[in-house]
Ligand binder design. Structure first.
Ligand SMILES: NC(=O)C1=CN([C@@H]2O[C@H](COP(=O)(O)OP(=O)(O)OC[C@H]3O[C@@H](n4cnc5c(N)ncnc54)[C@H](O)[C@@H]3O)[C@@H](O)[C@H]2O)C=CC1
Ligand SMILES: C[C@]12CCC(=O)C=C1CC[C@@H]1[C@@H]2C(=O)C[C@@]2(C)[C@H]1CC[C@]2(O)C(=O)C=O
Length: 255
């Protein structure tokens, strides 16, 4: 299905990104797995065989991303799809009235730095390479897929930083699509609900059970493979552009 397609997946050594890399390779694509050097990205790439390579990347670093694009060119010769999954979660109320302690500004800045600025950083550098592709019959050169969160719309208590970072990703989706319409590069964002990944597994199992109960249908955490299936569908469907798609079993997060 994806023979010849080259994709770069950030956060590709874990959770949603890893499932996406696995599916793309299974469907005949070639994948550059970008993640922090401290992760198991190298092992993930090895397990996928010669159609995958690991590039150690902090998405907030211009040099790291440029190096990853060079690896992409050297190994596979082109780039067709960028899938941004790298992200961090944080939880803290704006002010702790018992301890008389305001929100730690470093946490706010880091969450925005990775989730929003990091996503933009990779996009701004990677589309230069995607833009070099010859257009297909439709005029399309490639696609950018971002990961926001339902927290962009229904931010819970303690999620001011996380929700703001993800709302930023939603907010830039349409202008980025418009920026690159003439080049035939699409931009689509996925806003996942609750998925069983290492990020979610930080929570104790009773908390996970109660979160599952809050999802109308199917009343469970999503499987990372279900996220990957939507990535596959976005790549295949050229009419999807400039939009954020919720993938959440009709969940609306409570306060
Ligand atoms: N699991 C869930 O229920 C949901 C997840 N999301 C979002 O989906 C995305 C993927 O999350 P999961 O797979 O669940 O989490 P995860 O923690 O399993 O994977 C996130 C990956 O991002 C990488 N990463 C973090 N900071 C990075 C940086 N500066 N540079 C490069 N890589 C970095 C991590 O090393 C990790 O491999 C995140 O953006 C998250 O906010 C959104 C909604 C729900
Ligand atoms: C950061 C959270 C909440 C605090 C905690 O103890 C553990 C966490 C790890 C899983 C996170 C939690 C959160 O804030 C909401 C998200 C980020 C959750 C994983 C998915 C999550 O529900 C989300 O992105 C929702 O949109």
């Amino acid at each position: 299905m994806f023979k010849g397609l080259v994709a770069l997946v950030t956060g590709g050594s874990s959770g949603l990104g890893k499932a996406t890399a696995e599916l793309l390779v299974k469907q005949g694509g070639r994948v550059v797995i970008c993640d922090l050097p401290s992760t198991k990205g190298q092992n993930t790439a090895k397990s996928l065989g010669e159609n995958a390579v690991f590039a150690p990347v902090d998405v907030t670093s211009e040099d790291d991303v440029k190096e990853a694009l060079q690896i992409t060119l050297d190994k596979f010769g082109r780039l067709d799809a960028l899938i941004n999954c790298a992200g961090v979660a944080s939880a803290s109320r704006v002010y702790n009235f018992k301890k008389e302690q305001p929100f730690d500004l470093n946490i706010f800045q880091n969450t925005i730095q990775v989730n929003l600025i990091g996503t933009f950083n990779v996009i701004r550098l990677a589309v230069g390479l995607i833009g070099k592709n010859a257009p297909d019959a439709d005029g399309q050169r490639g696609v950018v897929i971002n990961t926001a969160s339902v927290a962009a719309f229904d931010g819970q208590i303690g999620q001011a930083a996380y929700s703001a970072s993800k709302a930023g990703v939603v907010g830039m989706t349409l202008p980025l699509a418009r920026d690159m319409a003439k080049q035939g590069i699409r931009v689509v964002t996925i806003a996942p609900g609750l998925f069983r990944t290492p990020m979610m597994e930080q929570l104790p199992e009773p908390a996970i059970k109660s979160l599952e109960a809050s999802v109308p249908f199917p009343s469970r955490l999503g499987h990372p493979q279900e996220f990957a299936l939507l990535v596959q569908s976005i790549i295949q469907n050229p009419m999807l552009n400039g939009e954020t798609i919720r993938l959440d079993g009709s969940l609306r997060m409570q306060p």
